[in-house]
Write a protein that binds this ligand. Sequence first.
Ligand SMILES: N[C@@H](CCC(=O)N[C@@H](CS)C(=O)NCC(=O)O)C(=O)O
Length: 207
Amino acid sequence: MITLFGAATTNARKVAIGLAELGLDWVPRHVRLDQKEQHDAWFLDIAPNNKIPVLHDDATGMTVWESGAILTYLADQYDAKGIILAKSGAARYAAIQGAFFQAAHIGPNLGRLNEQLTASDAARNPQMMALFFGECVRLTSVVERMLGNGRPFLAGDYSIADIMHYPWLKAGLDHGFPALLDKPIVTDWLARIWERPAVGVGMLSFD
Ligand SMILES: N[C@@H](CCC(=O)N[C@@H](CS)C(=O)NCC(=O)O)C(=O)O
């Protein structure tokens, strides 16, 4: 059995989408971030960075953390047809490149900007706010270029690159940053991804 340690968050939902795409059975283990359970010793043993998602697979005995690494693991173990990640060649590395880009840039910058926007007046730092806002403007342009020339998905075919970005850009558009993300090329892509049944299933996980 596969266990996904997670919560109703963007990063856990990426993995839930991947599991649904591959038709895998799994059980959720809700980690209570509101009670700081991610700092408990048992959790730090499996996830030294004290963050969800974490996946454990009884079939291989492996435990993996970092959403991009988990999706790559699932693809290597269970995706013979290359539904979420091509087995070789340029398409494989374009997808992995997109996944790294999300984890290194989109996630941290949208996350920090959101922290600034939702902070109390006393805790808000105008310099930090300007820094993260500026970077998010730049990153939105990167996403637009990735989808340029009529490309339907972020890395050629549908892949882990789209799965990594979807919960973040959807949440950004819905909750915080319409001025940044309400761009036809991005909203068309969001609509295209949403048409996939597995995406709807994954986005409701841990609710
Ligand atoms: N780059 C990581 C980010 C994981 C992450 O930031 N998880 C958040 C929830 S969405 C978390 O566990 N935060 C708890 C904490 O930082 O203590 C990934 O993609 O898996």
